[in-house]
Design a protein around this ligand. Structure first.
Ligand SMILES: *Cc1c(COP(=O)(O)O)cnc(C)c1O
Length: 395
């Protein structure tokens, strides 16, 4: 298996070496704290490795199961190495803390996942200034760089509002100014978007979502270039960051079917989103895969597919009771946060309370839908009942 193999092949085989595990296809789950050394020389050698990578030392520094997950994700993203973390948010906070110091300024897309924003706001207490920028920024991001700007954070498409960022434009400006770029690739996964190939330095994932894919674990990962890996790995060690044995196994297992799952999520979401766009009470659908979406051209240029998560904006003036009536009528769509499992979900997702003025032009309430694997006709029928309930509340 080499990097020349196609994505489908690499999803199946990346990070896998059955002959190292008695021929079994999958690696064992190592539940581990203590690691016993063969002799004093081996103990000394293990202590000399600052990144705790070359030999097992202690469970917190990782296990062979975790290394297999990290190796697979590294291969798929085209990175140098990766670090598994206990959650997606831990991947984000660890990546950011690897680069910022008191006195630094960071630029963060205004459409980031809300807990990412809350963390960045908290950095003020450590003397790091966060400034939010319009996710539509391109090479003009250069106007926002200051002499002490250390990091630019991207997430594409953005959480809840789905703006596609011009990743190559932003990363090329940052590279020229020696500013580190970190990007959240949870939505697209490496199956559909490889930001390191577009100039990003660090990719973060909530593996909780599509990578694991079955709504049964919490896991994160940070994939790095050669230049950024030592800093990230060192920070993860200092923070005590590590992933649970079972979770990291679930992440690796999920990768093996990531391609087939995402292609089916895409088929389902395209079918559902095009239908939703025609329903009464819907002002717009936020899904870059649909022609006419503001991010469609950038998505076509930089992505090879779209995930199963999209937004819909109801007509301006739609009241809370109408939204609740819609949500109260659906049965197949679970009312729940997160996404990336096999099941369909719907949640209200209103960004207006925290966004910068002007970067979110929408006016109606937003809902977020995850298209799972139920039959598309059943999903439409279920949502149609919701839209009927909504219509009863419209003027
Ligand atoms: C869910 C999510 C996270 C956080 O992941 P956890 O595994 O829940 O900590 C980060 N970024 C994005 C885009 C997400 O959707």
């Amino acid at each position: 298996m080499t990097a020349e193999h196609s994505l489908e092949t690499r999803l199946v085989h990346a990070g896998s070496d059955p002959q190292k595990q008695h021929g079994y296809v999958n690696p064992p789950i190592h539940r581990a704290s203590t690691v016993l050394y063969e002799d004093v020389a081996a103990m000394d050698a293990s202590q000399a490795d600052p990144l705790k990578r070359s030999m097992p030392v202690y469970g917190r520094f990782g296990t062979p199961t975790g290394r297999a997950f990290e190796a697979a994700l590294t291969d798929l993203e085209g990175g140098h190495d990766a670090v598994a973390t206990c959650s997606g948010l831990a991947a984000i906070t660890t990546a950011i803390l690897s680069f910022v110091r008191a006195g630094d300024h960071i630029l963060v897309s205004d459409s980031v996942y809300l807990p990412t924003r809350r963390f960045c706001d908290s950095l003020a207490g450590l003397g790091v200034e966060t400034e939010y920028y319009d996710p539509r920024a391109d090479k003009d991001i250069v106007d926002l760089l200051r002499p002490h700007t250390r990091l630019v954070y991207l997430e594409s498409p953005g959480s809840t509002t789905f703006e596609v960022q011009d990743v190559p434009a932003v990363t090329s400006v940052c590279r020229a100014h020696e500013v580190v770029t970190v990007i959240d690739n949870t939505w697209a996964t490496p199956a559909f978007h490889r930001p390191l190939e577009l100039g990003a330095d660090v990719v973060v994932h909530s593996a909780t979502k599509y990578l694991t894919g079955h709504a049964d674990s919490i896991l994160g990962a940070i994939v790095c270039t050669e230049d950024t890996f030592a800093a990230v790995r060192g920070t993860a060690i200092r923070l005590g960051q590590c992933a649970g044995a079972d979770d990291v196994y679930m992440g690796l297992r999920g990768l093996r079917t990531l391609g087939v799952r995402l292609w089916q999520h895409q088929r389902q979401a395209v079918g559902l989103a095009s239908w939703v766009r025609e329903q009464n009470g819907v002002r717009s659908v936020l899904y870059p895969a649909l022609p006419g979406d503001p991010g469609h051209d950038l998505w076509r240029r930089d992505f090879t597919g779209a995930a199963g998560l999209f937004g819909l904006e109801l007509e301006p003036g739609t009241g809370r009771s109408a939204v609740d009536a819609l949500l109260g009528e659906v049965r197949l769509f679970g009312l729940g946060h997160s996404y990336g499992g096999y099941e369909s979900l719907i949640v209200p997702a209103d960004p207006v309370t925290h966004r910068l003025p002007g970067t979110w032009a929408g006016r109606g309430p937003l809902l977020r839908i995850h298209a799972g694997f139920e039959a598309l006709d059943d999903l439409k029928e279920d949502l149609a009942r919701g839209f009927d309930a909504l219509a009863a509340h419209l003027p």
